[in-house]
Design a protein around this ligand. Structure first.
Ligand code: FAD
Length: 317
């Protein structure tokens, strides 16, 4: 069964989480440690993020720098396969436009099909660190919806520049897409952002995975607006337990989200990362209990550096 189907058919609130590939040069140990801790909660699926190639400056000798192209966190496809083999859980690699030409994406789809990995999360991807706005790679795509179109065309057996393949004849790719309860930072309005989301769902996205939020009202309102627009696929809430003092400013700045006032007042009193962890776990237990009461299809956690907190939250609910 595809992840889209699992989410569509579930009668109970499932659990899932996302892991990041290790920083270039690091081993898989930390990912396996995170998954080992979270496996007892029976994840319905595990997602693996993808990170674009970016320019970095390397110091070759004292004072001498060279600009090189580098993927800071390489390995999404092989890591996804390794996790699937090791744990026997459906794994969803993220597929992004950012930093990829369409030809490179096609190569990746071929690799994924050979590996029998047919569940994807389709995204535009973050912009380059050098740029103030998103610029597609030459021969690449501007919007996630265009990547949905490329995948749909691949599913039909068409290769980009002519010719046919039979890799998806038995099992086509199925995919989810991203949604933003508090609006994507670049969208002109909430309504235009929702129209962009509707387009991705009309193209075939089987579910929507949301940006993190700390105020359930925003998620409930988002789901309501989606339903009014005719977006009827499962919408799974994205949840990130707070773990550091630094996140108080970093998360709103990076992800363009607001903390609710009640949480802000609790965070203002924190003196140490441990204080933040305690507040973060308590807050998220309450968030998750309410989301479960509303019978959300899945609680989806951003697990980076937060496995211990997710264990506490899942144990409590
Ligand atoms: P899109 O759906 O393309 O939307 C981007 C913007 O363009 C939005 O403002 C939208 O309203 C607007 N838009 C869309 N279509 C049109 C149109 N036709 N005309 C005009 N405007 C339009 N980033 C990574 O690099 N790697 C990851 O692994 C990753 N995982 C993520 C997982 C989740 C659950 C989420 C929520 C985000 C993730 N991101 C990841 C971040 C994401 O790539 C960024 O938020 C990115 O800026 C937007 O991606 P998108 O797929 O929502 O883009």
């Amino acid at each position: 069964m595809s992840v889209s189907e699992i989410l569509r058919l579930t009668k109970e609130t499932l659990f899932s989480f996302e892991v990041l590939p290790p920083l270039r040069g690091k081993s898989l140990e930390q990912i396996y440690d995170t998954i080992d801790r979270l496996m007892p909660f029976n994840p319905a699926f595990i997602e693996v993020t993808t990170h674009r190639i970016d320019y970095v400056y390397k110091e070759l000798s004292p004072g001498q720098y060279r600009r090189v192209e580098e993927r800071l966190r390489p390995g999404t496809v092989p890591i996804s396969y390794a996790i699937k083999q090791r744990y026997g859980v459906p794994v969803v690699p993220h597929v992004i436009c950012s930093g990829y030409s369409q030809q490179e994406t096609e190569n990746e789809l071929i690799d994924l099909a050979f590996l029998g990995m047919h569940d994807l999360l389709v995204l535009r991807g973050d912009k380059s660190k050098q740029d103030s706005r998103f610029i597609p790679k030459e021969g690449g795509l501007q919007y996630a919806s265009e990547l949905c179109e490329q995948i749909n065309d691949f599913n039909k057996g068409n290769l980009l520049y002519g010719g046919q393949h039979e890799l998806t004849r038995e099992t086509p790719f199925t995919y989810g897409v991203a949604g933003y309860p508090e609006k994507h930072e670049e969208a002109m309005s909430k309504a235009s952002d929702l129209r962009a989301l509707k387009r991705k769902v009309d193209l075939g996205a089987g579910y929507v995975s949301t940006q993190m939020f700390y105020d359930n009202k925003k998620y409930f309102d988002f789901v309501k607006r989606c339903r009014e627009m005719g977006i009827n696929v499962p919408i799974i809430p994205g949840l990130k337990p707070l773990t550091t003092l630094n996140q108080r400013a970093m998360l709103p700045r990076t992800f363009h989200i607001d903390f609710p006032e009640k949480l802000v007042r609790l965070l203002e009193k924190c003196q140490t990362n441990d204080d933040v962890k305690e507040v973060g776990v308590d807050w998220m237990i309450r968030q998750c209990r309410e989301l479960k009461e509303h019978e959300v299809p899945c609680l989806h956690f951003y697990s980076m550096n937060a496995a211990a907190q997710i264990v506490k939250i899942m144990s409590a609910i």
